[in-house]
Ligand binder design. Structure first.
Ligand code: NAD
Ligand code: TYD
Length: 355
């Protein structure tokens, strides 16, 4: 079996759901169920004995030791994190606690467990750390895309905390020989994404007749990847990645934010005829320290592990919009309560006043 952390969140839940389509190997899911974690994401697995859910913190050493001892997973896949840049600007402390200290704890307990394994199990064991392209910082318009050798230059508390965890993973391989793998992926989108991130926020606001808040001039570029393609990349890295290596994962789909929003308005209008969602676009004050451009060179994973994305931005976005239209109850559930507090903090309390 494998231990997957943070699998009640967006990518982790997609990973586990896809995993069981492909394989029968059981999964222990360790998730703290923060605002971003939602067991409803895994409702279809409620009666599935292959999925064991444990609510808890990756920073809880006793808990993690107990899980490793009891289940003896052959691999750990670490998704658990605070993941939203804007939240890291308003409150970085939780990002340090989970992304840095929590990841350190997981690594350290994993190392002790791994060292005590019999030879064959020790040889086969893997620790896959799921990270982000944001650790590389911001690109200028003509700069080459991020490769695995691009120097780290994180700019937000979020990306700095992920960079710190990546360095710890590297050190645990280099110093102790722990068979680690690290993936650095570009922006994901798709079903189950919490509507604080650009694409689901725009879908939810558009349908509710609310403003579509574009930060700054809307010319920032992100490299978009459909979440199912990220999950297939992670399976490829887990299966065939070389211990100690890092793999960049991206969709080869660099798009400016304003173009993303216009495309989304067009796709939504095809599904909900008679509405012009572009009327709702509103330019708002920029995010502090906003990275201008991200782009991924995914040639290493393509060549070494024969991975390539299946979805284009057009096909992935159409699937995503359809999913949100078909899952209004999910949207209603996650946008009640705490969510409203976040929206007023980030968009109404001065951070995003109209430019
Ligand atoms: P998410 O915020 O949707 O989910 C994070 C999950 O981690 C939640 O279920 C939450 O409850 C859980 N969690 C948080 N703190 C925890 C703790 N201390 N112990 C146990 N569980 C905890 O995030 P996501 O978008 O699914 O991202 C997953 C991972 O992928 C993160 O590590 C993120 O840095 C990385 N990543 C995300 C993207 C993206 O575009 N979303 C891109 C590249 C990499
Ligand atoms: P986001 O989804 O938060 O991902 P990240 O910051 O990790 O790349 O944002 C994607 C881009 O969209 C980023 O350039 C910021 C921008 N953005 C907006 O313009 N408006 C918004 O309301 C949000 C949430 C993001």
């Amino acid at each position: 079996m494998i231990l997957v952390t943070g699998a009640a969140g967006f990518i982790g839940a997609n990973f586990v759901l896809d995993w069981f389509v492909e394989r029968d190997e059981p999964v222990v899911n360790l998730d703290l169920l923060t605002y971003a974690g939602n067991l409803g994401n895994l409702a279809s697995l409620r009666d599935d004995p292959r999925h064991v859910f444990v609510r808890g913190d990756i920073g809880d050493r006793t808990l993690v030791e107990g899980l490793l001892g009891r289940y003896r997973p052959r691999a750990i896949v670490n998704f658990a994190a605070e993941s939203h840049v804007d939240r890291s600007i308003h409150g970085p402390a939780e990002f340090i606690a989970t992304n840095v200290v929590g990841s350190f704890n997981l690594l350290d307990v994993a190392k002790a467990h791994w060292l005590a394994l019999p030879d064959a199990e020790r040889e086969a064991f893997r620790f896959l750390h799921v990270s982000t392209d944001e650790v590389y910082g911001s690109l200028g318009p003509g700069d080459p895309a991020f490769s695995e050798t691009t120097p780290y230059a994180p700019n937000s508390p979020y990306s700095a905390s992920k960079a710190a965890s990546d360095h710890l993973v590297r050190a645990y391989h280099h110093t102790y020989g722990l068979p680690t793998l690290t993936s650095n992926c570009s922006n994901n989108y798709g079903p189950l994404q919490f509507p604080e991130k650009l694409i689901p926020l725009m879908i939810v606001n558009a349908l509710a007749g609310k403003p579509l808040p574009v930060y700054g001039d809307g010319q920032n570029v992100r490299d978009w990847l459909y979440v199912g393609d990220h999950c297939s990349a992670l399976r490829a890295v887990l299966d065939g990645g070389r211990p100690g290596e890092t793999y960049n994962v991206g969709g080869n789909a660099e798009i400016r934010n304003l173009d993303v929003v216009h495309t989304l308005c067009r796709v939504l209008a095809e599904c909900v005829p008679g509405r012009d969602f572009t009327q709702q676009i509103a330019f708002v004050k920029d995010r502090p320290g906003h990275d201008r451009r991200y782009a991924i060179d995914a040639s290493k994973i393509r060549h070494e592990l024969a991975w390539a994305p299946r979805e284009t931005f057009a096909t992935g976005l159409a699937r995503t919009v359809r999913w949100y239209l078909d899952h209004r109850a999910w949207v209603d559930a996650v946008t009640s309560g705490e969510y409203q507090k976040w929206i007023s903090l980030n968009y109404e309390a001065g951070a995003s006043d109209p430019a």
